[in-house]
Design a protein around this ligand. Sequence first.
Ligand SMILES: Nc1ncnc2c1ncn2[C@@H]1O[C@H](COP(=O)(O)OP(=O)(O)OP(=O)(O)O)[C@@H](O)[C@H]1O
Ligand SMILES: [Mg+2]
Length: 742
Amino acid sequence: MVGRDSELDVLADAFADACAETVRTVVISAEGGGGKSRLIREATERLGRQALVLSGWCVEQGEPGLPFAPFVSAVRRLVQLRGVAEIVTLVGHAGARELARLLPELGPAPSEGDPGMARSRLFESLRLLLERLAAQAPVVLALEDLHWADRATRDLLLYLARNLHGTRLLLIASYRTEALAEAHPLRGGFAELARIEGVTTLALPRLSRANVALHLTAMLGHEPAPDVVNGVHARGGGVPLFTEALVTPTGAVRPRLMGSLRDLLLGAVNELPERAREGLRAMAVGGFRVGHRLLVAVVGADGLDAALRAAIAAHVVIAADADGYAFRHALIQEAIRDELLPGERQRLHRAYAEALEADPSLGADAWVAASIALHWRAADDPARALNAAWRAAREATARLAYAEQLTMLEHALDLWPRVEPAQRPQGIDRAQLLEAAADAACWAVETERGQRIVEAGLAELDPATEGERIAALLLERAMMRQQGMHEGELGDLREALRLAPGSTRTRAAALGQICRALAQHGRADEIGALADELDELAMRLGEAEWTVEALVSGALARPVGDMAAMTRLERALGEAQAGASGRVEMIARVAMVDLLDARGEHAAAVEAASAAWQRARQLGQARYMGASVAQLLARALMAVGRWDDAIELMAEARELDPSPLGSTQLSQVSGLIAAGRGDLTPAERALKVLAGVEASPQDAPPRRSSCQWRSPCFRATWPPPSRPAFASARSGAGCRHGCSGR
Ligand SMILES: Nc1ncnc2c1ncn2[C@@H]1O[C@H](COP(=O)(O)OP(=O)(O)OP(=O)(O)O)[C@@H](O)[C@H]1O
Ligand SMILES: [Mg+2]
């Protein structure tokens, strides 16, 4: 079981109190599949033989529920464990006869008498039974799924919670939050229960992303890929049942919900009046969260408030903020959307697209253009969808939202052949869309998708007349090959240089990129001439961006100990900041951290790397540069003894779902941390991951990302030494790790 440590503590404390004869009740609430039963099972299993655990469940049988259902199953369990004779010994023949009202196995129940009196005799007999049992050993009575309980069960629970003082009894009750809608007859009962002395309520939160990752690891027997964790966490929202339902045994994310899960999610929806269901269908098309004004524009205001009130009362929807609504769970939205008929869905999408085009302020999302494009596309209006997607892609560039930009450009590329030339966005051709998409893919670290886009772009361009454009695409591909750890990075860069011989920006970009790639491949000796050429070209172009690139390349060509390298990088950083180019600023920052680290100036490296880490996020480059920066920062943190910070940082960086190169760099550092702490198992695991990487096809010689593992210094320290010995071996390794960035 993952997470839930504090909840287990609450239950353990409650049990300890109960053992001290202070009657305790813990009421656990969570949504369906939220982990109530699992928590109770874990907590009671931990008690082992210290307690007699009796569990009982309510059953869903429509109204009214089976009387006293959870008590019936709990007493039945007791009879199975101890036999009828023992019950008779504990409560006498008369008591057993009263309890026979619950359980016919105990003999004929008394038939005569006033029903009110009969009920109180039953309550009394059960109380006596629990008291006598608890005199032998502490008792835990777990009553589950009380949202389905009948009134009689509720009354008996309240009676026991009030009347069992001085008994070594822990009562645990559970119910589904969403099932206890406002009008539910038991709501008042739970409010009353919560006011009784000794009653604790425990609302289980959804599991965090980190815990979802642990849950998946436990299920699959291996660590899932970060995008699987992200997908499952986003859709399942950290509800354990959904986590389990959303992945296949092989670890893939299921695109559609399974039938039983859909029934669970739609149960409450189907009981709502038609107007509410209509509103929910419209909401489901609008998104997880929809603004009130937008919803009104789509479905009309008539009766909408009352309808939504009912949906809120049924826990299907929550009032998200002052002016909108959200589904209680993303999967409810998905389930409703899946049930729409094709015509219904298209009509609603069109209504959204028209409403948002007429008044973009209706969109709660800051990025309205993309919503409009998606709605037009789903409304099957390719021309409007194409134009909207192109507009959205341009907007995304300004927001540094590369993944969204890529999605929009891919939509535009898909729609392109379905739209007449006159209706397409004016002034662009398909190759330009592909070039923009390749660039977006590169920044978004979508290396596989990006390489396919580059291939398509290369097929559109004529090498005889469009060498520069081809070179630009090759630069994108080289970057993606680096990030994806595919072969051919240096080949692409050399070819780009050949195709862009003039004094152009493309050539400057190619020179800068090849210098950094050579440094990363451990071929610093080949940088000199290229860096000199870039220096001259930058002067001719007269633009700050290339000056910075030239300064960085020049620094990479120099030995670590050369003070001029540091001076150049300081200047580069200053100029990048003054020139407001985020791209070259990150290049300069990473090169700076790398150099500080290689020179053993670890405190300065920590400072520079922390700043770089923050800037990568601000500049929308967290996924692109995050892992490279984080591994540099972690190394620096380790070198100054801040191991816990380094571990925390590794977890944070993994959440960014880095590229294969970034992941390898993180595995490498995690391995170093584990080895440094003398923690052999994770260190060996990391070594295995890296051994797999080394076996994969690579440009020769090996990349920096794996070179440290091959270095004699590191090998010499395996198996890991004590921490100080390790730190000194590490700092003596003298192996400058790579700086990625284009
Ligand atoms: N903390 C956890 N770690 C790992 N798995 C969990 C955790 N909590 C729940 N699960 C698993 O998720 C699934 C749903 O959990 P559980 O049955 O406890 O939910 P519930 O709240 O009792 O649901 P219901 O409302 O349907 O009774 C189960 O397979 C359970 O084992
Ligand atoms: Mg349960």
